[in-house]
Design a protein around this ligand. Structure first.
Ligand SMILES: *Cc1c(COP(=O)(O)O)cnc(C)c1O
Length: 287
């Protein structure tokens, strides 16, 4: 079974009690939901593959998690991304630097979306952001941990909140917890786009509710409200990531007045990207 069950902590914030499931503490590189999504691959015997391919952004948390996975398994890791800005190519930082140090081979392309991976049984292709049914096993374990905790704590009606990029984590978590209301917010695009992305995985469970931010921020760009949220959460005792966690909290707090039952927030990790984000806030004169 899962030897890495994460703890649930009480978190008092803005006059209300929350619970936070500390998936960010499971592993510094395979952090938060990336550990859950890659759980099946972590359990896969190394000889099943020799090489893994994926693609996405140059500072992606999924990229770093895949690089750590491949390093542990002894698999080669190829990653496609758009052309890097010169300063980043000359001096890689943040998640990109860590992934390169773990042996990732980076390929820059003007359009990584049209690229076709090689066909070979020993080659595994992981879609961008790990949006794949392979995520289901690890997220089912997360759901089991939540159910156990809910029973032990004698909580009848529960809301679970977590941010959505591809929506893969929220999709499978809602499916595995039919009696819980799962709240999520779209971080990458709008609600319609998130809904569409989740529908690519199957029928979306009725207990999954998308709540929208009042004012969308451009994905992974410095935004005053998100920095303020990040700093306030950190001062209250828990660090979240500046892209997903800050926006989920921001949106959750806008809707909290209508949520009566206890809220369990699943920390989705991503703290390894905070240094490079804070540096961008600094360059933008916001921090
Ligand atoms: C990847 C990531 C997400 C998004 O997960 P999805 O399953 O793609 O919705 C949320 N939070 C953090 C910190 C992440 O790194």
């Amino acid at each position: 079974m899962n030897g890495h069950a994460s703890v649930v902590e009480s978190f008092f914030f803005r006059g209300r009690h929350f619970f936070v499931k500390r998936d960010d503490r499971i592993d510094p590189l395979l952090s938060g939901n990336k550990y859950r999504k890659l759980y099946r691959l972590l359990e896969t015997p190394a000889h099943h593959y020799h090489t893994l391919w994926s693609r996405g952004g140059a500072q992606s948390n999924a990229m770093l998690a895949l690089a750590a996975l491949c390093q542990r398994k002894g698999w080669r890791f190829h990653y496609m991304t758009r052309h890097l800005p010169d300063h980043l190519r000359q001096r890689p930082c943040g998640n990109l630097r860590k992934a390169l140090e773990l042996g990732m081979q980076l390929h820059e392309a003007s359009n990584p979306d049209v690229w076709q991976p090689p066909r070979d049984d020993g080659v595994l292709v992981v879609p961008q952001g790990g949006a794949d049914p392979l995520a289901q096993d690890g997220i089912a374990l997360l759901a089991e941990e939540i159910q156990c905790w809910q029973q032990q704590s004698d909580i009848r009606s529960l809301h679970v909140a977590l941010p959505a990029g591809t929506g893969t984590t929220a999709f499978y978590l809602a499916a595995a917890l039919p009696d819980v209301c799962v709240l999520t917010t779209p971080v990458v695009g709008d609600a319609a786009y998130l809904q569409w992305q989740m529908e690519q995985l199957g029928a979306v469970s009725k207990n999954l509710r998308i709540i929208e931010p009042d004012r969308p921020c451009r994905f992974a760009f410095p935004c005053r409200e998100l920095l303020a949220m990040y700093l306030e959460l950190k001062a209250a005792g828990i660090e979240f990531d500046l892209i997903y966690g800050s926006l989920m909290w921001h949106t959750l707090l806008q809707h909290i007045g209508r949520i009566e039952s206890p809220v369990l927030y699943v920390h989705s990790g991503g703290l390894s990207g905070n240094d490079t984000m804070l540096a961008r806030y600094q360059r933008a004169g916001l921090y």
